[in-house]
Design a protein around this ligand. Structure first.
Ligand code: HEM
Length: 511
């Protein structure tokens, strides 16, 4: 076996982010924390944008002279439906920018963007720009003063791209230069952007197994309610109709989509393009700029593989596929690992009952030997009510309390073993402490919805509850197993729960 895996304590920024999520959990519980569903919430907003957009389209007059009036008529004459739908369309688009930025910031802060996740990161950046461009063209369609501001400045940006070259912005100097064809083009671009985004999302999640694409219903209802309230309190309206004589300078703008325009007062279009391209490229290569050493990928021991497919089912990043048997054994299939997709999380090890999968730096045997050693230590220590703790290294981190040898300072009756993900905790590992006469097993997993490897906590819960193979045997006394679901900044709760659990074991014995 090579080097043992070193688990990294969380950085300050990461802890700050998790601390904010901890506060939100106290309000929403982790089952409904929107921060755990930012990608799915973004998709939810996209559906709202698509559906409301179709309704708006039914009333839209695609002509230079009719566009403004048709939108205005829908907003005023049909305020109770069309007006609210327009507001939903507008505010869902703003909401999408917010959740998308939070989603990207979360992936970055919690270090979930490198190595096997690079496709999601890079495609996410493309999605972001398509969204901004689509939104800008959406503002053209209203053909009010804001639209002309956007149209003039975006044309100015475009005419500075060598392939366009034409003085496009002249179109907006005189009404007679405006053609209905232009409105068809704008409508086409705006409408197709959303379909393009949906296609890009397929690429975005191509490596993600069973991606979470719908938020919990309660979050969905909550978002619709919030959109409804904002739509009533501050309905989306148009600015005055586009006045073609002067360049509108004082229109209030939607910063979510139009942030590139105000700086054009100070820098040229070429300067702005250079800025956009540079920033985009830098952000796109961040996964490589900040690249850390990748932990060794899982390996298959073919003679032990029965081709049962459980590892493939559980792998969060589609790193395991099944292929026809190559070694002549009686099983029809065998597992094969795609190393570039492997997160080295050990979830597949937790799914395999046959020792067919192994992480070179934290093998199943190493974990089991360590558990046996820690059990022996506890017995030699002669303490009462001994507890073995399996803790996810990404969750309630014991930094400062655990000394790296499995001991927790001040808690002689407990020993801890960290796993890369709690999904690696195979039932056969869980049984060892009981076979060795230990009184209780305490499992610390990440919060549900916040597993660093996406589904480790879910799979563990399923195994413990007895519906996800390999299941924890019914004969194991559940009162002697305690599982808590906590993030890395909840060490105090971890300790408090551990103490309570141990105390409970004692009470049961005394009773
Ligand atoms: C409309 C915009 C976006 C939508 C709808 C979206 C949606 C999603 C969804 C559904 C997932 C899978 C979540 C899961 O099941 O674990 C995901 C993952 C991911 N997204 Fe996005 N995303 C968007 C924009 C972005 C952007 C702008 C970035 C960053 C530049 C980004 C980076 C990522 C990364 C790195 C992952 C993988 C996270 C992981 O493996 O834990 N996304 N996204």
């Amino acid at each position: 076996m090579g080097e043992k895996r070193e688990f990294r304590p969380k950085g300050q920024l990461e802890r700050f982010w998790l601390w904010i999520e901890k506060i939100i959990n106290q309000i929403t519980t982790s089952a409904y924390n929107p921060f755990y569903y930012l990608g799915a919430v973004s998709i939810f907003f996209l559906w709202i944008i698509l559906i409301t957009g179709i309704y708006l389209f039914l009333f839209y007059n695609i002509t230079a002279r009719g566009a403004y009036l048709s939108v205005q008529s829908l907003t005023v004459n049909q305020w109770y439906l069309g007006g609210i739908i327009r507001s939903f369309h507008r505010y869902a688009s703003d909401g999408l920018v917010i959740t998308m930025l939070l989603h990207a910031a979360r992936c970055f802060t919690l270090d979930r963007y490198k190595h096997w996740r690079w496709i999601a990161w890079v495609s996410g950046i493309v999605i972001a720009w398509v969204l901004i461009a689509g939104g800008i063209f959406g503002y053209w369609m209203v053909w009010d003063e804001k639209a002309r501001y956007v149209a003039t400045l975006s044309s100015y940006m475009l005419e500075n791209v060598p392939i366009f070259g034409l003085p496009l912005s002249l179109n907006f100097a005189r009404l007679e230069n405006l053609t209905d064809q232009l409105f068809y083009i704008v409508l086409f671009i705006h409408f197709s952007s959303i379909f393009f985004i949906f296609i890009l999302i397929l690429i975005h999640i191509v490596r993600v197994t069973k991606a979470v694409i719908n938020p919990p219903r309660l979050i969905g209802y909550g978002l619709v309610l919030v959109l409804f309230l904002i739509s009533i309190i501050k309905p989306a309206t148009s600015a005055p109709p586009a006045e073609l004589k002067t360049l509108p300078e004082l229109v209030p703008i939607d910063w979510f989509y139009m942030f590139i325009f105000p700086p054009l007062k100070f820098i040229s279009a070429h300067g702005m393009w250079a800025f956009i391209i540079t920033i985009t490229l830098i952000v796109a290569i961040v996964p490589w700029l900040t690249r850390t050493k990748k932990t060794p990928e899982v390996e298959v021991t073919l003679e032990n593989c029965t081709g049962c497919e459980l590892c493939m089912e559980d792998c969060p990043y589609q790193a395991i596929q099944m292929r026809k048997r190559t070694d002549g054994l009686a099983y029809p299939l065998e597992a094969v690992v795609n190393k570039s997709r492997c997160a080295s999380c050990g979830i597949c090890v937790g799914a395999c009952d046959y020792k067919a999968l192994n992480l070179p730096d934290i093998s199943e045997e190493y974990v089991k030997d360590t558990v046996r050693r820690l059990c022996a230590e506890l017995k030699d220590a002669g303490v009462d009510k001994k507890v073995i703790v399996f803790a996810c290294a990404k969750g309630a981190w014991l930094s400062g309390k655990a000394d790296g040898t499995g001991k927790i300072n001040g808690y002689e009756w407990a020993r801890v073993i960290n796993l890369p993900c709690i999904g690696m905790l195979q039932p056969s590992m869980l049984y060892i402490p009981f076979e060795k006469g230990i009184d209780g097993v305490f499992v610390a997993a990440c919060r549900q919805g916040d597993c660093s490897y996406r589904r480790g906590t879910d799979w563990f819960m399923g195994r413990l509850a007895g519906f996800r193979p390999p299941v924890v045997k019914k004969s194991i006394d559940r009162a002697r197993i305690n599982a808590v679901y906590l993030s890395a900044v909840e060490t105090d709760t971890f300790i408090a729960n551990l103490e309570d659990f141990q105390k409970g074991l004692k009470d049961r014995r005394d009773a």
